[in-house]
Design a binder for this molecule. Structure first.
Ligand code: CP
Ligand code: NVA
Length: 301
């Protein structure tokens, strides 16, 4: 039994899962492969895309999902996560969790007897990265000799993108101010993988260097869920990294703009860019459903 807590958990199988996602999107996998399977979905944080795509994904595969908000669970009143894991394992075939702390998800996975899939933690967002790569593949027909530039806060989404880019052999640069770099362990790991897959992973505070020759420009909110404490400071520090018309002149002319959503227009990205012709944000959002079905099929079947 395996879990999906980090992109590293599926490193060698990323292409297989992306292929499944493509097959689901094109209607090549028919029937109800997850008939009689059930998925518990624990949410400690808000969600639109992740919740709905997992829920509808399970339904379309013939299975059943159960939405469990932290506030309604006994976990919210202090029941240990280990007990929750053991109890849920007696009822369901898989657990999806969106959690505040990555450690909690690791503990849950350690105690659970069924696969655990992360729907985002403070460290990673692996399901998002899969849908993003499905989208990039659709636009560019592959990953080799392509470059993704992530601008802004080196957050959970950025961490998963670093790992998945490295596994797929796609160059990735991060443009962020000092103090907003991605997780250092993840950077090291991505660099290590990139040596085998022959691509380049780089982190720079210089926008021009990071954006040069990028085929994809990606950004995410400056204040992630749980980071609300120093909102004003974050906004001031990240101001220079806003993806606007000026920024778009630094990347390739036919580059696509990506954002995991939800976005704050006027902060990390301007209206002109996110609602402009290069933006592919709704393809990304749609692909969450196809990629989610691939993940569910891969882990629960
Ligand atoms: N991108 C993403 O995970 O969106 P939600 O927070 O709406 O699930
Ligand atoms: N980085 C954002 C992603 C939301 C999908 C957050 O963690 O809030």
């Amino acid at each position: 039994m395996s879990n999906l807590l980090s992109i590293s958990d599926i490193g060698d199988d990323v292409l297989e899962i992306l292929d499944l996602a493509k097959k689901f999107k094109n209607g090549k996998i028919q029937g109800k492969p997850l008939e009689d399977k059930s998925l518990a979905m624990i949410f400690q944080k808000s969600s639109t895309r992740t919740r709905v795509s997992f829920d509808i994904g399970m339904y379309q595969l013939g299975g059943h999902s159960l939405f469990l908000s932290q506030a309604d669970l006994q976990m919210g009143r202090g029941e240990p996560i280990a007990d929750t894991a053991k109890v849920l394992s007696r009822y369901v075939d898989g657990i999806m969790i969106r959690a505040v702390s990555h450690n909690d998800v690791e503990n849950l996975a350690k105690e659970a007897k069924v696969p655990v899939i992360s729907g985002l933690t403070n460290i990673e967002h692996p399901c998002q990265a899969l849908a993003d790569m499905q989208t990039i593949e659709e636009y560019f027909n592959g990953f080799k000799n392509r470059k993704l530039c992530f601008a802004g806060d080196g957050n959970n989404v950025c961490n998963s993108l670093l790992l998945i880019s490295a596994y797929l052999g796609m160059d990735m640069s991060v443009a962020c101010p000092k103090g907003y770099e991605p997780d250092s362990e993840i950077i090291n790991k991505a660099i290590e993988i990139s040596k085998k897959t022959d691509c380049e992973i780089s982190i720079s505070s210089d926008i021009e260097i990071a954006a040069k020759d990028a085929d994809v420009i990606y950004t995410d909110v400056w204040v992630s869920m749980g980071d609300e404490e120093h909102q004003e400071k974050r906004r001031n520090d990240l101001l220079k990294y806003q993806v606007n018309d000026k920024f778009m002149k630094l990347v390739k002319e036919d580059a696509i703009f990506m954002h995991c959503l939800p976005a704050i227009r006027g902060e990390e990205v301007t209206n002109e860019v996110i609602d402009g012709p290069q933006s592919v944000i709704f393809d990304q959002a749609e692909n969450r459903l196809h990629a989610q079905k691939a993940v569910l099929y891969y882990f629960l079947k």
